[in-house]
Design a protein around this ligand. Structure first.
Ligand SMILES: [Zn+2]
Length: 343
């Protein structure tokens, strides 16, 4: 608890434990709740409430449940001694300690009411309110609270695909979490969002003598967009996919780098389920492009089709287990009726 609230990590902590502490601290800083006292801040340990953590002789208080700022500060400010006696059965011999504590709380500017009950991470983790989808919600609050960290990336994408408004960019950042259920596919989307695959142009800069040419078409200066979209051999692949998706949905779909690569699906129109299908279908295309990254060959449509079918089957029991098999039908129904169950 002390380390979570700012005490230095002692030497010899296992690396995995250190990683948890660092993630906690990094996340708090990121959402700008670092060092902000809430009613869930511990009184007796840590480096945030230094005035109370320095006090001696309060282990009895801790034992009877007076451990957090919120235990001694109420809606009216610092609770009276009588209130604490009533609430916790605090012994009358503790009055001197109470005065000391009160002094320390005033020194920490906690004499006034109106603190938050908890910060977003405390709410989700310490209060046990994590529940289903809790990690996704934490991820969501992290990305929504940290737009400026993504600004250079946004600029890079805007150079390639034109202006992205706030909503577009929010969708693009949410795509790794929203498009795919499988964590492997989510990771691929995350790598697309961050343009994290090394292009011949990058490798050429890093390694002397490395060819900057596209391995598929020998185009000079193959950047991320070329390697994922505009290479002629990939254009054939994407055109094939566009044709099939249009046939399955029975309407003309026009895929663009915004929708196909970044996962900004809203402009594609149609129902939510249809867009989720397009998201998955393009996700598998990205998987195939990543698999064939430095290959001379473009990905094959037959492999893509089998992949889309594989995901459709993979997701069926997941939706069933979540109690919403109808949702699966809305996403995959048209695909299954077009190709039959045994593609
Ligand atoms: Zn090429």
């Amino acid at each position: 608890m002390g380390i979570l609230y700012g005490l230095p990590m002692r030497a010899g902590l296992p690396e995995v434990t250190q990683a948890v502490f660092l993630a906690w601290r990094g996340a708090l800083e990121w959402i700008r709740w670092d060092k902000k006292i809430t009613l869930s801040t511990p009184l007796w340990v840590g480096a945030w409430l230094t005035h109370t953590a320095k006090l001696q002789g309060f282990s009895k208080w801790d034992k009877i449940g007076i451990s957090l700022a919120g235990d001694v500060v109420g809606t009216e400010g610092v609770k009276s001694f009588a209130e604490l006696q009533e609430e916790y059965g605090l012994h009358h011999t503790q009055f001197f300690n109470y005065l000391q504590l009160r002094h320390a709380l005033v020194a920490s500017h906690l004499e006034k009411a109106g603190m938050s009950e908890f910060n977003p991470l405390e709410a989700k983790l310490l209060q046990g309110a994590l529940g289903r989808g809790g990690l996704s919600r934490i991820y969501k609050s992290l990305i929504i609270n940290s737009p400026e960290c993504f600004q250079p990336l946004r600029n890079k994408w805007e150079e390639q695909v034109g202006t992205l408004d706030e909503e577009d960019w929010r969708d693009a950042r949410a795509a790794p979490r929203e498009i795919a259920i499988s964590s492997r596919l989510r990771f691929i989307q995350l790598k697309f969002l961050h343009m994290a695959y090394k292009t011949p142009t990058m490798l050429h800069r890093m390694i002397p003598g490395y060819s900057p040419n596209c391995p598929k078409c020998a185009h000079t200066g193959a950047d991320f967009l070329h390697m994922t979209w505009s290479c002629p051999s990939l254009q054939d692949f994407w055109n094939g996919i566009t044709r099939i998706i249009s046939r399955v949905l029975d309407r003309e779909i026009e895929l663009t780098p915004r929708s196909a690569l970044l996962g900004i699906l809203f402009d594609l129109g149609g129902r939510r389920g249809e867009r989720a299908f397009i998201g998955m279908a393009t996700m598998i295309a990205k998987r195939d492009i990543a698999r064939n990254w430095m290959s001379r060959e473009a990905p094959k449509l037959s492999v893509w089709k089998a992949g889309v079918d594989w995901v459709s089957k993979l997701e069926e029991p997941i939706y069933a287990a979540r109690g919403c098999p109808g949702k699966h039908e809305k996403i995959w129904g048209k695909w299954w009726s077009y190709y039959g169950l045994n593609v």
